[in-house]
Design a protein around this ligand. Structure first.
Ligand SMILES: [Zn+2]
Length: 301
C-alpha cells in the first residue's frame, strides 16, 4: 500500500479518536492554571546544584515559582528511580507542580526496532507517571538522526527513507493518544538547532493531534540564527510551553537581562498563548537573577 493511502486510513481512524478526545478537551480549562497572584506560571529547570527533587522543590518555593521541570537525562529522574509517592509528598509539602523534559537522546524513529521500542516504552511509562503526579506537559527534542556525507552535501537517513520515518511518527502519535487518553496531558516538541524540512513534515503530522504541542526555546532559536521562529509562529496555536533564557554572541542559557533577546516581547507571547515558562538557566545564581528580572518587569507578582 502506498504511504498516502495508508495515511488516509490512519487519518480517518485518528479523526474518530480525535473527535472523542477533543470533545472532552473542549470541556477542560486551557492548560494555564496560573499560580496565585501570578500573571503567568514560571518554573525552574533541574540544576546540577540541586540534585535531589526536594532541593529543587525548596528553591522553587523560595523563589515563588510554580513548578520544577524534571530532566530525564539525569539518573535520579529515570523511570526506575522515580518513587511516585515520594514525589507526590514533596510536591504537596512545598506547594509546587512539575513538568517533564524527556531524555534528549530520545529517538522514537530509530531504525533499530529494539532501540525505538525502548524510547517508546519510556514515553508510555512517563505518561503513566504524569497521570499519577498530575503533570500536564512533557517536552521532547526532535532528533535529526544519522546523515551520510555525499559529494553534494549531507543526506539525512530520515529524509532518504521518508516513508518509513513518517510511518514511525504516525505510530508514535497513535501510541501517545492511546496512552494519554482524555487526561489532558500534552507532549510538546522543542526546537533546538533549526528544524529541517523532513522534521517539519513529521512535526506537522504530530500537531494534527490534540495531544501534541510545541515548546519554544527562544535561546536555541537565537543561537541558530532565528531558523525556528517562522515555523513556531506559523503554528502559534499549538504553542503551550516556553524555555526562556537570554543569549548573545552564540552563547545561550544566560540569565535574563544579560543578553540580547527581546525578552519583553517573548514573555508577552507566552502570556498571550497561555504558555508556562521555564527560566532555563543552568545555575541557581542565574535562576535567581532571572526571577528578579521577571519580577522587576512586571511578569510575576
Ligand atoms: Zn530548552
Amino acid at each position: 500500500m502506498c504511504l498516502y493511502a495508508w495515511m488516509q486510513i490512519r487519518n480517518n481512524l485518528d479523526a474518530f479518536k480525535n473527535e472523542r478526545i477533543l470533545g472532552k478537551a473542549a470541556a477542560m480549562p486551557h492548560p494555564t492554571e496560573f499560580g496565585e497572584g501570578h500573571k503567568m506560571q514560571f518554573g525552574m529547570p533541574t540544576l546540577l546544584e540541586t540534585n535531589t527533587f526536594e532541593s529543587c522543590a525548596a528553591l522553587c518555593r523560595e523563589l515563588g515559582l510554580g513548578f520544577v521541570e524534571l530532566n530525564m537525562n539525569l539518573p535520579q529522574y529515570q523511570l526506575d528511580a522515580i518513587d511516585v509517592s515520594y514525589f507526590k509528598r514533596i510536591a504537596a509539602q512545598y506547594g509546587i507542580g512539575c513538568t517533564i523534559h524527556l531524555d534528549e537522546n530520545l529517538n522514537v524513529s530509530d531504525f533499530n526496532p529494539y532501540i525505538a521500542e525502548g524510547y517508546r516504552r519510556t514515553v508510555r511509562e512517563t505518561i503513566g507517571i504524569c497521570k499519577t503526579l498530575e503533570i500536564p506537559i512533557l517536552t521532547m527534542h526532535f532528533p535529526r538522526g544519522v546523515y551520510f556525507t555525499l559529494p553534494e552535501g549531507k543526506t539525512y537517513l530520515f529524509s532518504a527513507y521518508r516513508h518509513r520515518y513518517l510511518e514511525s511518527i504516525l505510530d508514535f502519535r497513535v501510541m501517545c493518544e492511546e496512552a494519554i487518553g482524555d487526561s489532558g496531558i500534552m507532549i510538546c516538541i522543542e526546537n533546538s538547532n533549526g528544524f529541517l524540512p523532513f522534521q517539519k513534515e513529521a512535526i506537522c503530522l504530530l500537531l494534527e493531534s490534540p495531544v501534541f504541542g510545541l515548546t519554544y526555546d527562544i535561546g536555541h532559536n537565537h543561537s541558530c540564527g532565528g531558523l525556528d521562529e517562522p515555523f513556531i509562529m506559523q503554528n502559534k496555536g499549538k504553542l503551550r510551553h516556553m524555555h526562556v533564557h537570554d543569549a548573545q554572541d552564540g552563547k545561550d542559557h544566560l540569565a535574563l537581562g544579560s543578553g540580547a533577546l527581546e525578552l519583553n516581547a517573548y514573555l508577552a507571547l507566552a502570556e498571550a498563548t497561555g504558555c508556562r515558562v521555564v527560566l532555563e538557566t543552568k545555575t541557581a545564581e542565574g535562576l535567581k537573577q532571572s526571577q528578579r528580572w521577571v519580577r522587576k518587569n512586571g511578569f510575576m507578582a
